[in-house]
Design a protein around this ligand. Sequence first.
Ligand code: CO
Length: 216
Amino acid sequence: MDNKAMAKSYKKLLSNNKKWVVKQLKANPDYFEELAKGQSPEYLWIGCSDSRVPANEITGTRPGEMFVHRNIANMVVHSDMNLLSVLSYGIEVLKVKHVIVCGHYGCGGVLAAMGNKQYGLIDNWLRDIKDVYRLHQEELDAIKDETQKGRRFVELNVMEQVFDLTKSSIIQNAWNKNQPLHVHGWVYDIHDGIIKDLDVTYTGTEDIHKIFQYTS
Ligand code: CO
């Protein structure tokens, strides 16, 4: 790509933006004024950075409706200040009602963690996913078809991230204060656009193993 093509490629976004503003204002002249007043989203989305899984678009939500955190392979890592800050702000200040971990079939991060190839720095990020494999090795090893194994691994990874969320003091403190808060696990299928609810919803501390339960 030469410099001219490079400039065109990014300037396209800015001209798209102008068109989008015109369209929004046509539908509602006060649209931006209303949004500027503040946000009170009901949902916190923890998804993969993959460009094919745009949180708002696939859920039919509009600006202001969803607080979003995305990283490679939709991981909940307890030492990740970014995730913890989003979680804390989303729950304690915005008071979201639902936290949704949404993985996706064909996730490059999860599939990389299923193999033994080195990818560089990212291997450190993906290492927690290998722990998911170790925890569910019996089930995964029994699946001979590699595609099916990959799909199940994606699901199990989401379930473990949901579980990891419930272990956090941020979520448990909200439950202990009787704040309405449900934590869900979903998987998006990039082949047909359908989101599958894994039915691993947690609604309170009583749902989790005793050793992880904090007293308030
Ligand atoms: Co992914």
